[in-house]
Write a protein that binds this ligand. Structure first.
Ligand SMILES: [Zn+2]
Ligand SMILES: [Zn+2]
Ligand SMILES: [Zn+2]
Length: 126
């Protein structure tokens, strides 16, 4: 994963991602790692990982930042143009592996699109 030095802190943070199938909020990450590192370190590592194409961030319905692992991104470009799904019952957010089409607008350049779908997740439905 590029130029990121694999420090102990980076390893711990990636571990939290590896143990989770869904996306993680910044609040959850800070809480989860508070025994090993402070808030500032968590933010700094997340920033670096996002620049390197390891994770991507997006906002939930309350405007809180969440992170999820990228699948095919590089340090040059994020190619995650997928919607996110937030469950209104349990609050879980997942990346949906479906493509969404971004409209082309003649006099604008579009760099990213955030689509947040809200509803009820499979485990809350059953
Ligand atoms: Zn990405
Ligand atoms: Zn749910
Ligand atoms: Zn995602």
């Amino acid at each position: 994963m590029g130029i990121i030095r694999k420090t102990k802190s980076v390893g711990l943070l990636l571990n939290v991602f590896n143990q989770s199938k869904s996306a993680l909020s910044v609040v959850h990450l800070i809480e989860n790692l508070k025994a090993s590192m402070n808030k500032t370190t968590v933010y700094r590592i997340l920033d670096r990982l996002e620049q390197e194409g390891v994770v991507h961030s997006f906002l939930d319905k309350d405007g809180l930042t969440w992170y999820a692992k990228c699948t095919e991104c590089t340090s040059h470009e994020h190619s995650d143009v997928h919607p996110h799904f937030q469950c209104n019952d349990c609050g879980t957010i997942e990346c949906l592996s479906i493509d969404i089409s971004i409209p082309t607008i003649s006099d604008r350049q579009i760099d990213s699109a955030d689509v947040l779908l809200q509803g009820t997740c499979p485990s809350c439905l059953s």
